[in-house]
Write a protein that binds this ligand. Structure first.
Ligand SMILES: Cc1ncc(COP(=O)(O)O)c(C=O)c1O
Length: 488
């Protein structure tokens, strides 16, 4: 093959996509060698000859040849430059002309459900999205500025193990005042959101094929994460008092791990009764199971009193309490935390800090400042009133639109309501039609663990990011598409 590269392939003198001409020459020659167009042992033109034929500076060719020599693609033999003979040349592998097939994914990897369509998070009625329009941008920016001013160069390295001490202290204070949870900063580990905390628990607290109880219907990402850790998922029913675990279940399906959302069951909204919470704690201690208490919706509680967290009810019980700032601040911050039981700190905290190196030190310090200065409390208070209004409008409109055909669940806390129909409906195609109109509701049946064992049908409707003025029209749109096709 002579010359091995043409001037046309090489292109103009200026850089293309940030790559200089000499870099491109090197890449073209390397590709020709790997593809077998330049064969092993073949002699290349001298640098002068190639430069002349391409009408480029000789230095460019020298650069390309030197690069290829240093990587072992070329050798110099009696002053001539030749293509090296190297073992395991890609062209000599078995399926010469075939694109390699991917090694298979693990069974767990294959089981991860992936949606064909990209998820649109910032559309009306999207569950789990807070009102980011009223976010105090300036006050948050001031805290970020403050954090940058106070840090030294060491803060640009990895953050402290398990999170910034200042943030742990302010979370301790926040939890004591807002959740009645008495803990110390040593018990706190900062996470990249609840999802990361659940991943950690799934890997460290249970072995593959051990049983994990999951609320059914329940939080999709918890199930997927724990399933991907190789755990065996045991769906546990929900009623108006929360997770329904009886003695037979404890004995027959003894869990190693239990994932539960006691303050506001996701997605049905029931608040776990004291009786059930105490039973769960007693069972977990007796059967030596860990409880993951996801206190997701606690900041936006519309009742006069919030329920006592499981961890506070019995500090001797094996409860890992999870919190997040995804809802109280904004989701892309992706900062959450775990509160370990005091007696488990020595065994669990070092595992966490050895598994994960921490980042976002500056944001963590800014967040600590935001909490300490009372901004978080003020923001939550303001947002709660906005959400309360939106919830009331949505509740009223849903009742008006669907009255005897459905009931509305979940109004005690959080930023979503769940519309549950008295009969089986095709909620998946209803939600799909709504999504096509830009309304991001989710079908309730998707929250069930087994698609063919769904007990209730309806929609999960987020109001956090939806202005109340839009709600009546959006509900009318939902009604129009369901009445026409599914109910009447
Ligand atoms: C039940 C539940 N817990 C926690 C979270 C928050 O997760 P993260 O902190 O990973 O954003 C969500 C978000 O939708 C949720 O639905």
């Amino acid at each position: 093959m002579y010359p091995p590269v043409t001037a046309q392939e090489l292109g103009p003198a200026h850089s293309v996509d940030g790559r200089s001409r000499q870099q491109r020459l090197y890449e073209l020659l390397r590709r020709a060698i790997l593809d077998g167009r330049l064969t092993e042992g073949e002699t290349l033109p001298s640098t002068r000859e190639l430069a002349d034929s391409l009408k480029i500076a000789r230095n460019s060719v020298i650069f390309a040849y030197e690069q290829l020599k240093s990587e072992g693609f070329l050798v110099v033999n009696k002053k001539v430059t030749q293509i090296a003979v190297f073992e395991n040349h890609p062209k000599r592998s078995a399926n010469k002309n075939k694109v390699a097939t991917l090694p298979r994914l693990s069974k767990r990897g294959q089981s991860i459900y992936t949606q064909a369509e990209p998820i649109q998070y910032y559309l009306p009625f999207a569950p789990g999205i807070p009102d980011v329009e009223h976010f105090p941008f300036n006050r948050w920016a001031k805290c970020i500025q403050y954090a940058w001013k106070t840090v030294g160069a060491q803060h640009l390295s990895y953050s402290s193990s398990g999170g910034e001490q200042k943030l742990k202290e302010s979370i301790t204070h926040f939890l004591r005042h807002n959740r009645g949870l008495n803990c110390s900063p040593q018990q706190i580990l900062i996470t990249g959101g609840t999802q990361m905390a659940i991943d950690f628990c799934g890997q460290v607290l249970a072995d593959p094929s051990e049983k994990v109880w999951i609320e059914n219907p329940g939080y999709f990402f918890a199930r997927k994460s724990l399933e991907t850790s190789g755990l065996s998922i045991i769906p546990v029913d929900i009623d108006s008092q929360g997770m329904l675990a009886n003695q037979a279940l404890w004995e027959k399906e003894t869990p190693r791990l239990i994932f539960v959302t006691p303050s506001h069951q996701y997605p049905l909204g029931s608040v776990m009764s004291l009786q059930r919470r105490l039973e769960l704690l007693k069972g977990a201690k007796k059967y030596r199971a860990w409880i993951i208490e996801d206190d997701y919706d606690n900041e936006f509680n519309y009742l006069d009193t919030a329920i006592t967290p499981l961890q506070e009810l019995d500090p001797t019980a094996p409860v890992i309490y999870l919190g997040t700032f995804s809802k109280s601040l904004y989701p892309s911050l992706k900062i959450g935390y775990m509160v370990l039981p005091k007696w488990a700190v020595d065994s669990l905290a070092p595992k966490y800090t050895h598994l994960y190196r921490q980042g976002q030190g500056i944001e963590q310090l800014a967040l600590a400042r935001f909490i300490e200065s009372g901004e978080l409390d003020r923001h939550i208070k303001g947002a709660r009133e906005i959400y309360r209004k939106r919830k009331e409008v949505l509740n009223r409109e849903l009742i008006k639109a669907f009255n005897s055909k459905a009931s509305v669940l979940g109004g005690n806390a959080g930023t979503h309501l769940t519309l549950v129909f008295n009969q089986k409906i095709d909620d998946k195609s209803w939600a799909k039609k709504a999504n096509a109109l830009g309304i991001a509701v989710k079908p309730l049946s998707d929250f069930y663990i087994h698609p063919n064992r769904v007990k209730t049908f309806g929609l999960v409707i987020g109001y956090g990011s939806t202005n109340e003025r839009m709600i009546p029209q959006l509900v009318r749109q939902l009604k129009d598409i369901v009445v026409l096709n599914d109910i009447d």
